[in-house]
Write a protein that binds this ligand. Structure first.
Ligand SMILES: Cc1cc2nc3c(=O)[nH]c(=O)nc-3n(C[C@H](O)[C@H](O)[C@H](O)COP(=O)(O)OP(=O)(O)OC[C@H]3O[C@@H](n4cnc5c(N)ncnc54)[C@H](O)[C@@H]3O)c2cc1C
Ligand SMILES: NC(=O)c1ccc[n+]([C@@H]2O[C@H](COP(=O)([O-])OP(=O)(O)OC[C@H]3O[C@@H](n4cnc5c(N)ncnc54)[C@H](O)[C@@H]3O)[C@@H](O)[C@H]2O)c1
Length: 471
């Protein structure tokens, strides 16, 4: 048995907890997978490194609409893949070496662990680790539908699809959420024939209903989209695969070289032994934590156990995991002056084509919470602004929701070019409590930048202008 001051399970966001505070104290960091976790190795970073070149490829169709002739001569898949992972794999490797060999006080365990008591972990190899503090930062993993053929070669998740030997000619993507929509945009732009299959009637259904409808329409123009289709099984078919689906009780079949399954992710808590210790879990399996990120058991904080990231939140977003890690780091180092996690205005962006970005309530949520009378809503098309004319944009929209009484934003939802950038000032306004009228009227908005669509949406909300509001 080896005793530590701190044991961290998970080297993704958990890796950032090892600050100078722990110099001279004993720390264990444990990861059974690739060092650095999901975001670095198989998540945010490599996907976006594919998204950007895919965006360049997709701009050829865009250019044609505006009278510029460009030709897309194909993507060097192997070159792209090797450039991306050449960079990422070495970052993971050097992070691992640093933890394993260069810090005297840190021990790296590259093994699966599970709890055997509230302060003791057991490694797969049979070693026992005890610690005064344990942080559960175990992330999440892809969930696969239980259908025949789901384990056939050629069926991939986001963990493996970015390392394919070659760009698939035909690809079926199962799922209508983040991962499915991002990869549909990437592979279709790079030259694959993509069909995105969703079991419900619209893509990105967790978004505001207007955004989901607009995105579904936009996606349908760019790649194949099959809605209301439930997967029944996958079979070998010649050199490739056959995906068997059912829609309205009728069979539907699709041939593919590669099937990407993107049907959600589940927190890695089930293989950790935490249920046996009475730790509170949400229905999705994530750990319940208090505002200080302390893991709860029967509603009470468990001494010395913290949770963060996909294992302990419902958002499954890296910027949320990072913030939680900052809170956990502070609270571990300052047990008598702990600080809470701030969960106001958590934004998200989907880096598909077009992009989606959102923060705060959807219209349905805002109306349910505040009542119809109190909610002001506006949809401002990109095409209503000068930059939108320059782009001949017919798709982009900014949808804002505000409270009539307080003049504060309740939600912001954007679909279109650089939505993930356009939303940032709206996030700032929501967090700082800046009113819609102050935000629209106090700062200058650069003309004729695309951000004018946000200015016009704010003005278009029709929040009554008071005498103290800027002109
Ligand atoms: C394809 C994809 C794209 C994404 N893109 C974005 C994006 O653009 N923006 C965004 O905000 N988010 C994105 N995400 C989500 C983001 O990657 C996650 O929210 C984030 O990485 C979670 O971090 P974490 O620290 O909780 O877990 P992870 O980084 O997953 O770390 C957990 C680690 O724990 C290890 N582990 C688990 N259980 C055990 C155990 N019992 N014993 C030992 N080790 C264990 C695992 O091997 C893993 O390395 C994406 C996710 C995916 C899959
Ligand atoms: N840009 C980003 O921030 C980003 C990118 C990728 C992933 N992520 C995070 O990772 C999480 C997981 O992504 P995801 O796309 O796997 O999940 P998701 O929850 O976004 O989408 C899952 C999709 O799968 C469908 N589905 C679920 N079970 C199914 C079944 N049995 N058969 C057919 N369809 C089924 C759902 O209807 C939904 O459309 C996201 O929720 C997000 O938090 C974030």
């Amino acid at each position: 048995m080896t005793h530590y001051d701190l044991a961290i399970i998970g080297s993704g966001s958990g890796n950032s907890l090892i600050t100078e505070h722990w110099d001279g104290k004993k720390v264990a960091i444990i990861d059974a997978g690739t060092f650095g976790g999901t975001c670095l190795n198989v998540g945010c970073i490599p996907t976006k490194m594919f998204v950007y070149p895919a965006q360049l490829a997709a701009s050829v169709a865009e250019a044609k609409r505006l009278g510029v002739s460009m030709t897309f001569e194909g993507a060097d898949w192997a070159g792209l893949r090797d450039r991306i992972f050449g960079r990422i794999d070495s970052i993971s490797e050097s992070g691992k070496n640093y933890r394993a060999h260069e810090l005297e006080n840190v021990t790296l365990y590259s093994e699966h662990v599970s709890f055997i008591s509230r302060n003791e972990l057991n490694t797969a190899g049979g070693q026992s680790i005890t610690a005064d503090n344990i942080v559960i930062a175990t992330g999440s993993r892809a969930v696969l539908p239980e259908v025949p053929g789901i384990d056939l070669p050629g069926v991939h998740t986001s963990d493996t699809v970015m390392r394919l030997d070659e760009l698939p000619r035909r690809m079926v993507i199962l799922g209508g959420g983040y991962i499915a929509s991002e990869f549909a945009a990437v592979f279709s732009a790079l030259g694959s024939e993509v069909i995105q299959v969703n079991r419900s009637g619209a893509l990105m259904r967790q978004q505001d209903a207007d955004i989901s409808a607009a995105f579904t329409q936009a996606a349908t123009k760019r790649w194949g989209v099959e809605l209301n289709a439930a997967v029944q099984g996958i079979e070998k078919h010649g050199d490739g695969l056959l995906v068997r689906l059912e829609r309205d009780g009728k069979p539907l079949e699709m041939a593919a070289d590669v099937v990407l399954v993107a049907t959600g992710r589940t927190p890695n808590t089930d293989r950790l032994g935490v249920a046996d210790l009475g730790f509170d879990l949400r229905d999705d399996g994530s750990l319940v934590v208090d505002e200080y990120q302390r893991v709860l058991a029967s509603g009470e904080p468990v001494q010395g156990i913290f949770g963060l990231g996909d294992a302990a939140n419902i958002e499954q977003l890296k910027h949320v995991a990072n913030r939680e890690a900052r809170v956990v780091a502070h609270n571990l180092e300052n047990p008598d002056a702990m600080r809470p996690m701030d969960r106001r205005a958590v934004p998200a962006a989907v880096f598909s084509n077009p992009q989606i970005a959102s923060v705060g309530a959807t219209e349905a949520q805002a109306r349910a919470e505040h009542g119809d009378e109190a909610v002001l809503s506006v949809i401002q098309p990109y095409g209503s602004t000068a930059y939108g004319w320059a782009m001949e944009d017919e798709e982009g929209i900014v949808k804002l929701l505000a409270c009539k009484d307080t003049g504060l934003l309740l939600g912001a939802h954007i679909m279109g070019h650089e939505a993930s950038l356009l939303i940032q000032p709206l996030i700032q306004a929501m967090v700082s409590g800046m009113s819609v009228n102050t935000m629209a009227r106090e700062p200058f908005w650069i003309h004729p930048a695309l951000s004018e669509v946000v200015e016009n949406a704010l003005l278009g909300l029709g929040v009554p202008v008071g005498d103290s509001d800027p002109l």
